[in-house]
Design a protein around this ligand. Structure first.
Ligand SMILES: Cc1cc2nc3c(=O)[nH]c(=O)nc-3n(C[C@H](O)[C@H](O)[C@H](O)COP(=O)(O)OP(=O)(O)OC[C@H]3O[C@@H](n4cnc5c(N)ncnc54)[C@H](O)[C@@H]3O)c2cc1C
Length: 715
């Protein structure tokens, strides 16, 4: 550190240490001030300028050195000098002090920090250069963030000193006024009755309301800032236009219509979206047929000598379509029209925050909800375009059972389809780059599913990185690099049909987001705030296009927030609550989860206890020939409060519901244990898991005494 910097640093350290060493903070509290108030008032009467200068200097010192006590001094300033003079003195003193702290932080630390973390800080620097003044103004206006930290942190950014000074003075003015005003009232408290004086009550109400009003003001300013480029229509054709009629769009439309909004739902393909046509519904229908076949294969386990299934794969796939047709009316144009939603089949394009172009027609709207979903991601692996691959979008068109199916991907979608196709008779190889399938789950859970896959004849290749596809003389091959050692070994896997299931990407292009400059997150979803609002206060996004989850039930959950915030957000907005999100993977055994699993708890350093219950011991599971799987409950150490649950086993997706309710509504394992569960059901497993927790937490000492009592009673 250069000499001047070192000297400055030492000087500050000495001053701050002296402040605490000599207990000077004892002078900066209300009681002390009140005890001295008479003297100070007298001095002010005789020496007004001197009093003001001393106060001014102390105030600057306190803020420049980031010492505690600025709030008390502001109140005291009001008490001594009154509203007008107090505000002027404090406004200048606080800004000068803040700027000195800002300069000290800049001089001492900025260069080193920028040198060391320049790359990481470049985005922040750019943001500050562009909008730093506005950020600072926001922070100054809303006194939620400690002012001394703002001074020090801003010193590390590229914001100009003069900008910092005037924005700080301007931004802090309203807060200063409110505090000084409260100070003028505090000066008048000299009895208990004074506490209830109307002036003081109004001052305190102002103190409380100020942050809320400031927050509201900021959001109004922000909204104006982004919307000012666009002409606001005098009249709006619609309250809400929703783009995309999948789970997210449908639920948004449903809610909007229920609260009597004039709402238009635009869908370019078919109402129902992915879940109905290419996702949940067809996959679960296929899984059911495949499960039926797996039972036939297991006939002897059920005491049946032999059973044989004759089937045509095309009929199974037709059944899948039949199931879709039966569910279709739930999401149909007819149903939604009857509910009061205007449904338009067309491609929508947002042309401004107030207008959407549909079929060459431009409709004006108060708000817009983007619910355009996601699509399968096809990785740019060499040669992939040379093989005819399927994705979860197109696999439903198959009518001939693939002989050798290669499934790329070990996530939920890939795994569900791997098992279904294997059970239908394909020879299936599953290729996953990571060390295990279902990577989001605990290793032991992945292992249970993987072992079942292997037992059913699936060739599971984990640690296999797909490198290139070859298609020669009608023979398709995937070349993989094996990752579990450093040898760089490669293997070739031959296949007839390829299913790519390596993840899904949000549909963010081609409907106006780029033109409006709506930011896209690192995960390539539409960037939203906790209210699901984009940078435009009247454009929202929900479902797969917004993330962070990609489930039908989370899309529907978010839709409520998007609809309510879009229609009533100018009064009250609700932040989407992701505290309890369940999901299931419908392999056999099913895997269901809510909250944390063990890997996550360990990764996040969250203390936990684990309670297990093996479903192999459950009467109903034994009777059903499904005696396998487990329940794993994570609880707060020593308490029955649930942190998370993973269930692997038959109908895990249904069983988890009880834990979801427990976590959502804050009841613990004791309550589950105290609930009657019907015998014999799989749901009893939840009670037994709670029982295991109880046994582990039995009051041992008390039980010893109870035992003595029982012995004594027997005589
Ligand atoms: C094989 C598979 C199995 C799945 N299984 C499950 C499961 O068991 N449980 C579960 O919870 N989730 C499951 N999912 C995930 C689930 O399907 C999605 O999370 C859900 O469909 C997301 O709904 P969404 O409304 O966000 O998007 P989508 O359903 O994709 O709807 C978006 C709609 O927007 C339309 N659109 C896009 N752009 C425009 C435009 N410019 N103009 C007009 N319309 C437009 C699209 O045509 C589409 O219909 C599965 C997914 C797959 C692929």
């Amino acid at each position: 550190m250069p000499k001047t910097k070192l000297l400055l640093f030492a000087f500050i350290v000495v001053l701050v240490s002296s402040f605490f060493y000599f207990d000077l903070d004892t002078y900066l509290n209300l009681e002390y001030f009140k005890s001295q108030q008479l003297k100070i008032d007298n001095f002010y009467r005789t020496e007004p300028l001197q009093t003001a200068l001393i106060f001014f200097a102390i105030y600057i010192a306190v803020t420049a050195l980031s010492l505690p006590g600025a709030a008390l001094m502001t109140l005291a300033g009001g008490a001594i000098f009154g509203l007008l003079v107090g505000t002027v003195i404090i406004s200048f003193a606080s800004t000068i002090g803040a700027t000195l702290a800002f300069l000290a932080s800049r001089l001492l630390f900025r260069d080193t920090l920028q040198e060391k973390f320049g790359q990481q800080l470049s985005a922040i620097n750019r943001g500050i250069e562009k909008d730093g003044g506005f950020y600072l103004f926001t922070l100054r206006l809303v006194p939620a963030f400690p002012f001394f930290l703002i001074n020090l942190l801003m010193g590390l950014t590229p914001i100009r000193t003069w900008t910092f000074y005037w924005i700080s003075q301007f931004g802090m003015l309203a807060g200063t006024l409110v505090y000084v005003n409260a100070g003028t009232q505090i000066a008048k408290i000299d009895s208990l009755g004074g506490i209830l004086s109307p002036g003081l009550i109004v001052s305190f109400v102002l103190l409380g309301l100020f942050p809320l009003l400031a927050k509201k003001l900021i959001s109004v300013i922000k909204a104006r800032q982004v919307l000012r480029k666009f002409a606001k229509p005098i009249y709006f054709d619609r309250n809400l236009i929703i783009i995309g009629a999948g789970a997210a769009g449908l639920v948004t439309a449903y809610i909007a219509a229920a609260v009597k909004a004039k709402v238009t739902l635009v869908e370019k393909h078919k109402m129902g979206g992915d879940c109905l046509y290419t996702g949940c519904v067809p996959s679960k229908a296929l899984i059911r047929s495949a499960k039926f076949l797996s039972h036939i294969d297991r006939a002897q386990e059920f005491g049946i000598k032999s059973a044989k299934a004759e089937f045509d794969f095309a009929d199974v796939m037709e059944r899948v379509q039949d199931v879709i047709r039966k569910v279709e009316p739930h999401d149909s144009v007819e149903r939604y029209t009857e509910l009061g939603v205007e449904c338009i089949q067309a491609e929508a394009k947002i042309t401004s925050p107030y207008t959407v172009k549909i079929d060459g027609r431009t409709l004006t709207t108060r708000s817009i909800v983007i619910a355009t979903g996601a699509r399968p991601f096809v990785p740019p692996i060499e040669g992939i375009d040379k093989v005819d691959y399927y994705t979860s979008d197109s696999i439903w068109d198959l009518r001939t059972l693939p002989k050798r199916l290669l499934v790329l991907g070990g996530g939920p979608i890939g795994s569900e389809l791997v098992q279904a196709f294997r059970r239908l008779g394909s020879s299936v190889t599953q290729v996953e780059m990571l060390p295990r399938i279902l990577i989001r789950e605990d290793p032991e859970i992945s292992a249970i599913v993987m072992q079942r896959f292997q037992a059913e004849g699936v060739d599971v290749r984990v640690n296999h990185k797909a490198k290139k596809f070859l298609s020669e003389h009608g023979r398709c091959t995937l070349v993989c690099e094996i990752l579990d050692d450093d040898s760089g070994r490669e293997v070739s896997i031959e296949f007839d049909t390829l299913l790519v299931a390596v993840g899904r990407i949000a549909n963010i292009k081609g409907f106006g987001l780029e033109e409006l400059g709506i930011p896209i997150s690192k995960t390539r979803t539409v960037e939203t705030d906790p209210y699901l609002q984009t940078i435009y206060p009247n454009i929202f996004a929900c479902g797969d296009v917004a993330g962070p989850f990609q489930f039908t039930h989370t899309a529907a959950h978010q839709a409520w927030y998007a609809a309510v915030n879009a229609l009533f957000g100018n009064w009250k907005k609700f932040a989407a609550d992701y505290s309890v999100i369940p999901w299931a993977t419908f392999t056999d055994p099913e895997v269901a989860r809510v909250g944390l699993n063990e890997s996550e708890a360990m990764g996040q350093d969250i203390p936990y206890e684990v309670t297990r219950y093996g479903i192999d011991d459950l009467d109903r599971a034994i009777a059903d020939q499904e005696a396998h799987g487990l329940i794993k409950v994570l609880t707060v150490p020593g308490k029955d409060k649930i942190l998370g649950v993973t269930i692997v086993g038959e109908h895990a997706g249904d069983l988890i519901a009880e834990y979801v309710a427990a976590m959502r509504h804050g009841f613990g394992l004791n309550k589950i244990l105290g609930t009657i569960h019907i015998y014999p059901t799989l749901a009893e497993a939840n009670k037994y898991a709670a029982g295991n927790w109880k046994k582990a937490h039995a009051p041992k000492r008390l039980l010893q005494w109870v035992e003595r009592y029982q012995n004594w009673r027997r005589g």
